[in-house]
Design a protein around this ligand. Structure first.
Ligand SMILES: [Zn+2]
Length: 268
């Protein structure tokens, strides 16, 4: 929807970004402007995902000003498996125990970047799921070229969570949904050569679908290649609506409600 002036995007819809690295240094220069744009575009709720302890503490302090608008997640990323000392895990457990943390993540398995430490990655993933269960918080899962192992672990250590930037097939997506996990789709769904993401969007229970940017990465078309930010969420929601053959309003509302249900704020 455009204003009569034709230049400013005016939206009454409410959107969510379930995965945004807005405490990344990429936003140091224009953090306030970037946030103002999210408000303009109706992106009302943002899960701030952090990967360093210090970043997590800053995000927790920041999110306190508006805990409805900002959720915070922290976890040790699988790429950091060789740095995951006992001390770091202890510190991680302390941080995720904070009431300012809504989810543990991103955690998971990445066999694309790391071909050597698969067993260590699995052990770290399981350990962090157990910590999430102990503090009674859901998980945000990163999985790259490791979908079967990810699934096996998430089935064995069943909990609440989101498959972030879901890389698998629609069939695999349905298997995760059967276990109660949510599936988040981002910019990849808008790419011309996207194969899996549109099929996943079309083929899973709509009540388990979420939107995410994974910003600063993964800008949707037509912004591909540029720095991404939560204000771009409407492009993704629009694409999901198109794939499902429903209005963007309807899609935005369903996803908004899915996010609240994921956070445990509502039952159905
Ligand atoms: Zn991420």
């Amino acid at each position: 929807m455009r204003s009569s002036a034709g230049s400013v995007w005016v939206s009454k819809m409410k959107y969510i970004d379930s995965h945004a690295h807005i405490f990344s240094s990429e936003y140091n220069e224009d953090f306030e402007e970037m946030l103002a744009r999210t408000e303009e575009r109706g992106v009302e709720r943002i899960m701030i995902v952090t990967t360093e302890a210090e970043e997590a503490r800053r995000a927790i302090a920041f999110a306190k000003q508006d805990p409805y608008r900002f959720q915070v997640a922290y976890g040790i990323h699988p790429e950091d498996v060789t740095k995951a000392s006992k001390e770091r895990l202890q510190e991680m457990e302390e941080i995720v125990s904070d009431p300012g943390i809504s989810a543990v993540g991103e955690i998971g398995l990445d066999y694309y970047w790391d071909k050597e430490h698969h067993e260590e990655q699995k052990a770290l993933f399981i350990r962090q799921i157990q910590i999430a269960q102990k503090v009674n918080k859901p998980i945000l899962v990163h999985s790259r070229e490791a979908i079967q192992d990810t699934y096996d672990i998430m089935k064995a250590y069943r909990t609440r969570g989101i498959m972030h930037c879901f890389p698998g097939s629609a069939e695999m997506g349905r298997e995760f949904v059967k276990l109660g996990y949510y599936i988040a789709l981002g910019g990849a769904v808008t790419f011309k050569n996207a194969r899996h993401a549109p099929e996943v969007c079309a083929g899973i229970d709509i009540n388990y679908l979420l939107t995410e940017t994974d910003c600063p990465y993964m800008s949707p078309v037509p912004l591909r290649g540029k720095r991404n930010e939560p204000a771009n969420i409407p492009c993704i929601t629009q694409k999901l609506a198109e794939i499902r053959g429903i209005s963007e309003e309807e899609m935005a509302e369903i996803i908004f409600n899915n996010y609240a249900r994921f956070l445990g704020e509502t039952d159905a």
